[in-house]
Design a protein around this ligand. Structure first.
Ligand code: 1GP
Length: 254
């Protein structure tokens, strides 16, 4: 299996380059006007397209990926909620171990079921320490996964959890306040995790303005993910992309 995307995430981190990922929830896609969203991803240089969610009710995952692949070469990474959410037309999959929780099903159970399918799929596997952070109200992902998120004001718990994940060999750290979160992950928590691991850090959940995107990047996020905010207002894609670019320019000069 290739490690192209993992290597590029590490390379980008080493160069101080920030990335912007657009999350597409297959349940929310209207295939009739999907082309507009994809064109915006192309025009504003989205670095990654994540596809998935903790609960998928309308099984058009394959159709969504086919449509993305027909329009753009932006890498498509599956963001699965369980072992049913696998499609070999994507480029890679986050193999999420939900290390903030204590539900064995999402720490290792679903992975065992998926392993032979993943091996055959040819998908690049991205072993990821996935951490849910409390965002002010229960989110779909915490309910479905039956796990308690890390309290938002306990950066040291997040730092130690991320550290343990890295020691276990997980290559990416994903801090998620949950889709449509009231409050995104705090900059204090992102900074504490940044201090504790060398892995690339992905931050998502409730980032619905350029200011929130910039705050997460300043605190140490390598990749920011925006889903719900773009579903509500497609123009946000451009705003966030420009914010990532201008942050990039101010820090590295390119
Ligand atoms: C959620 O990280 C993602 O799992 C993105 O969250 O939909 O709130 O942008 P939003």
């Amino acid at each position: 299996m290739t490690q192209n995307l993992l290597n590029s995430l590490y390379q980008r981190k080493a160069e101080g380059r920030k990335s912007f990922a657009v999350l597409i929830d297959p349940d929310k896609v209207n295939l009739d006007n999907f082309s507009t969203l994809l064109q915006l991803c192309i025009d504003y240089n989205a670095d990654y397209i994540f596809v998935g969610g903790s609960l998928i009710t309308d099984y058009i995952l394959g159709d969504v990926i086919t449509k993305i692949k027909a329009s753009t070469d932006i890498p498509v990474i599956l963001f699965p909620g369980n072992s049913l959410h696998i499609d070999s037309k994507a480029d890679a999959i986050f193999l999420l171990s939900l290390i903030s929780g204590r539900n064995p099903e999402f720490l290792i159970g679903q992975h065992v079921i998926s392993a032979p399918v993943l091996r055959k799929s040819g998908l690049e596997i991205l072993p990821t320490g996935y951490m849910l952070i409390d965002s002010g109200r229960q989110t779909t992902v915490s309910y479905i996964s039956n796990t308690t998120p890390i309290p938002h004001d306990k950066p040291s718990i997040a730092a130690c959890t991320a550290m343990a994940g890295e020691m276990l060999g997980l290559k990416i750290t994903y801090l998620d306040a949950g889709s449509g979160a009231m409050n995104p992950v705090s900059p204090e928590m992102i900074a504490a995790v940044r201090q504790s691991v060398e892995t690339p850090i992905i931050v998502g959940g409730g980032i619905n303005s350029a200011r929130k995107a910039k705050t997460a990047l300043e605190a140490g996020a390598d990749v920011i993910v925006v889903g719900n905010g773009i579903e509500q207002n497609i123009d946000l894609l451009k705003e966030i992309a420009l914010a990532v670019n201008s942050f990039q320019l101010s820090v590295t000069g390119y």
